[in-house]
Design a protein around this ligand. Sequence first.
Ligand code: BQZ
Ligand code: CA
Length: 694
Amino acid sequence: MRNLRNIGLAAGLALSVSVSALNAYASEPTVPPAPTPFPAEGKIKYVARDSILEFKALPEYHEPDWVTEKYVKTGKLPPVKDRLPKEPLVFKTGNMQDGIGVYGDTMRHVIGGRPEGWNYGAGQTQGWGGIDIGLSECLTRTAPLFQVEAKDTEPLPNLARSWDWSSDGHKLTMHLVEGAKWSDGVPFNADDVMFYWDDEVVDPNVSPLNGATPETFGVGTTLKKIDDYTVEWTFKEAFPKQYLYAMAYGTFCPGPAHILKPQHPKYSKNTYDQFKNAFPPEFMNMPVMGAWVPVEYRADDIIVMRRNPYYWKVDEKGNQLPYLNELQYKLSTWADRDVQAVAGSADFSNLEQPENFVASLKRAAEANAPARLAFGPRLIGYNLRMNFSANGWGNPDERSQAVRELNRNEDFRKAVTMAFDRKALGDSLVKGPFTAIYPGGLSSGTSFYDRDSTVYYPFDLEGAKAELAKAGLKDTDGDGFVNFPAGTAGGKNVEIVMLVNNDYTTDKSLAEGVVGQMEKLGLRVVLNGLNGTQRDASQYSGRFDWLVRRNDQELTSVVQNTEQLAPVGPRTSWNHRAPENGEVDLMPFEKDLVDIVNKFVSTQDNDQRASLMKQFQKISTEHVYNVGLTEYPGALIVNKRFSNIPQGTPIFMFNWAEDSIIRERVFVAADKQAKYELFPEELPGKPGDKGPMD
Ligand code: BQZ
Ligand code: CA
């Protein structure tokens, strides 16, 4: 009602005041309304960080009987104890909800992405949905930290089993797991780490998937090999413990140097493109450190992965993990993943598209429902992001350049944010208590969120139109859409091209909502809908004016992908990067955001970190760094036959649930095992061979 009163008031006064004074009565910035309480089911059981895992030698080791019979006794594989590190990673039973597991069965995923190839380090996607998460082991691991209190936590050891800081805090010595092997039996060591760092992160011609750049680990940071199992980081700041998060999934997951290096342009006649595409989806048995290896690929149908016989993790009884012999990834759509998971023809889904909430809830509530469905906190959110680069990122044409200049105009951004009826946007996805008014900035579900530091410009179409006029835009030809000023882009209607991920109904629905609501403001927005892979390519190269993008870890956890909060480096922000060989043309408030993020990274004082994030939230929302659209809770759907699914796992926080549930510890009790395995008693073959080992 507040808005109506405002408009009434403003209209009443309009008789006696000029348009310019009208702005004074546009609804004043305020804090977002308290979101409808949404009781996240499955309360998280908080545990101590060191109660999850450790590295140690055990008196004996075990493997599935068929591995011994078919592979070890026939000499095809060495005994399991020779396939494990001296001190493997041991998952502690106390942290396993259903205890020690048994071998057998498969987990059937459905995904909406498609594999470009297996060269993750050169930026190829494998189709998302947990494939790359399952293949890639990274220096540290953070996804399971959802169950550890935020204040006293630190990333878990993984490929890096321990680390020590120098007394002045500028050097970090990292000790790698010793004696672990790639899935083809070749030793893992510091050469793999250094190839990823030197030839995939630092090499400006290579962009790893999930966007790691040298600045992800701090401007000026260096890394060097000390010996086969030791590497040493050198940082400009002292004790920047924050970067241990960047050494987890997404940004530090080394590939097999023995396979990749020979294809890299620095060591071959290949071009960078040939390097990136050297391992197409048909290249089977790509060596991995992950628990499962791709052994079968049928385009638009399925990817099948079989257990890695050299996997370097065990349970406390010495059983080599994983318990599940196989993972399947049916190549379909993201919406189909929800449908199949609740129907029982698939085993797992992150319910993240509100259009599917009601039907999924109904099916999961039935007595014979095959799957459990549990909502978590409101951590799924969407932002409209404007391209702030006015110095060439993405090579804009005259029209696009003019739009970017508008994007950099605060009156224009205020007009846009005030023109959004966020209640209507949320209701267009799903009615009920799920969606909340989200003005942008940090997710309300993260521990760093502070509502009082969040500036919200309430829906006020008249006020928005006044702001648009202040930005110098008028509808000079009376067709309902404002025009560029004469002499800019031919004085034609402002036309904004908005990049959208066509793989999601939700992204498309929100984008259509944006087009409709901007039309009421008098702004013409044109959709550029691409599939996920093409959308990522256009976005990373800056070929967009506006972008509708689902929030990533920097807004849902703050400590993961922190560099993406602001343009702290030339290629770290989602919507503001440097052109080829230039600087990022930061606006004054962006400089403040960069300073805050840099301070956040180099302090471990929890109170200071909390207060820095309040400052970040205030500045970024006040200056409309991004335009929030909506936020809501996701739900985890897992087939009931699986055990060791940690209670209350959020579908997204430090990473997605495919990582957080720790799939290598998940098992199916013997009496519940189904015969879904497609390659029973088969193991991966040699790199490049077709299918499993013959
Ligand atoms: C989860 C996730 C696991 C990427 C992807 C996809 C890409 C983005 C994002 C999500 C999918 C699922 O998200 O939607 O539930 O399974 O894979 O990686 O949206 O297009 O580029 O950031 O994670
Ligand atoms: Ca016009």
